[in-house]
Design a protein around this ligand. Structure first.
Ligand SMILES: *Cc1c(COP(=O)(O)O)cnc(C)c1O
Length: 384
């Protein structure tokens, strides 16, 4: 690869402390994880409801593997769409109060496929600057005009909409922002979308399971229906503890995605066992409300403690509680120090977040104990 100069570029990343490497986890996800024989308190995963290693979910996975085997064999439109995929879609539609739902293999693919199916060259997409990469990439591959507004700046969005002469307009936003943990003002977005005759798409990857009485996410919490938010996307690999994602909306939307979404059509369907496991985790998510209550208590405990330590928090009530440190060096050093206390947190750098807003991304799970949060707080003392 010498002619491409890759080694030199990699050295450059190392010098700027932007080099990324993977840690090899040995064992299941949970409030603790093992790395090379050492146990860490895990404050870095998105397994908010502690369902990724739940015995009932695992049992459903195993039973479905016995019944359906491991591989789905082909794409959904050929012969890969099983009774488990179908049943999960019906249950997700019911759960979100939408007419229908369509399961994708990943959230990344759901966002890319949905946006590119709905808008094209003569259309325009409007997005919050802090939206997830998959929403941004979906807008880019769609070929539509693409406008981004500063985080949460709906006044600016209003100006951009007013300036637009495009016939088809799509507004897309994270529901809960993945690196900040704050919530989009979806009530206002819905009303702006209605006024400007735009389509509204909300990516609730971090709200589903966590927000709302039944865990239906930000839209359940705000009481927004399919009329107000016609395109809802959420993932299965975070709160629901498995893998994949879905888009929910009306019949015409879902049928359009089945005909057009390239990331749906040209890929092998997920294993049926993953779908069967998700059906159980979806039930647990709704029934076991103690998971959301416990999570809320742990988040409150953390915020109280962090404020006492003088740490600068973001206005987030979700399990995502970042501490912005502002440089690669500071954030890498802080994560290293926490690791010495056997605590794992995400050290988030550019391009995941803007330069100067490098942060520790601390996340909570219903599987954590109060003692673990106390331990985290004492390790954070003197940082930030
Ligand atoms: C994680 C995430 C995705 C991507 O979902 P995957 O299933 O991991 O591909 C999309 N949007 C947001 C906001 C996310 O946080």
């Amino acid at each position: 690869m010498a002619p491409w100069g890759l080694s030199g570029q990699l050295d450059g990343l190392r010098q700027q402390q932007l080099y990324r490497s993977r840690q090899v986890i040995d064992g299941p996800q949970g409030a603790h994880v093992n790395i090379a024989g050492t146990q860490f308190d895990n404050f870095s995963s998105n397994d908010y409801l502690a369902l990724a290693n739940n015995p009932e979910v695992i049992k459903a996975f195993k039973q479905a593997a016995d019944k359906y085997g491991v591989g789905s064999g082909s794409a959904h439109l050929i012969c890969g769409h099983s009774a488990e995929h179908h049943a999960l879609e019906e249950e997700l539609a019911e759960f979100t109060g939408r007419s229908r739902a369509l399961v994708f293999s990943t959230g990344y693919m759901a966002n890319m496929g949905a946006i590119a199916s709905l808008v094209g060259k003569n259309d325009e997409v409007f997005q919050d600057k802090l939206n997830h990469a998959s929403l941004i990439d979906g807008a880019l591959i769609s070929g539509a005009k693409f406008k981004r507004y500063p985080h949460g700046d709906l006044k600016r969005l209003g100006q951009l909409l007013a300036q637009s002469s495009s016939k088809k307009k799509l507004i897309a936003s994270d529901g809960v922002f993945s690196m900040d943990g704050d919530e989009a003002n979806v009530v206002e977005l819905a009303s702006m979308a209605q006024q400007s005759k735009s389509l509204l798409m909300i990516d609730d990857a971090h709200g589903i399971g966590v927000l709302g009485q039944r865990g239906g996410g930000l839209l359940e919490k705000l009481g927004l229906d399919q009329q107000q938010v016609p395109i809802l996307m959420a993932t299965l690999g975070k709160s629901l503890g498995t893998a994949g994602a879905f888009i929910a909306g009306d019949d015409a939307l879902i049928e359009t995605l089945i005909q057009r979404a390239r990331s749906y059509i040209f890929t092998t369907a997920m294993p049926s066992a993953t779908m069967a496991a998700t059906r159980v985790s979806l039930r647990l998510c709704q029934q076991e409300t103690w998971r959301r209550e416990k999570l809320a208590a742990l988040i409150a405990q953390f915020r109280r403690g962090a404020e006492q330590l003088g740490l600068q928090l973001i206005a987030s009530t979700t399990p995502i509680q970042p501490i912005v440190l502002g440089s690669n060096q500071a954030v890498m050093l802080a994560a290293e120090r926490l690791k010495k206390h056997n605590i794992l947190v995400g050290a988030i750098r550019h391009p995941t977040v803007a330069k100067g807003s490098e942060r520790l991304r601390i996340t909570f799970s219903a599987g954590h104990t109060e003692e673990q949060v106390d331990h985290l707080l004492s390790a954070l003392e003197g940082m930030g």
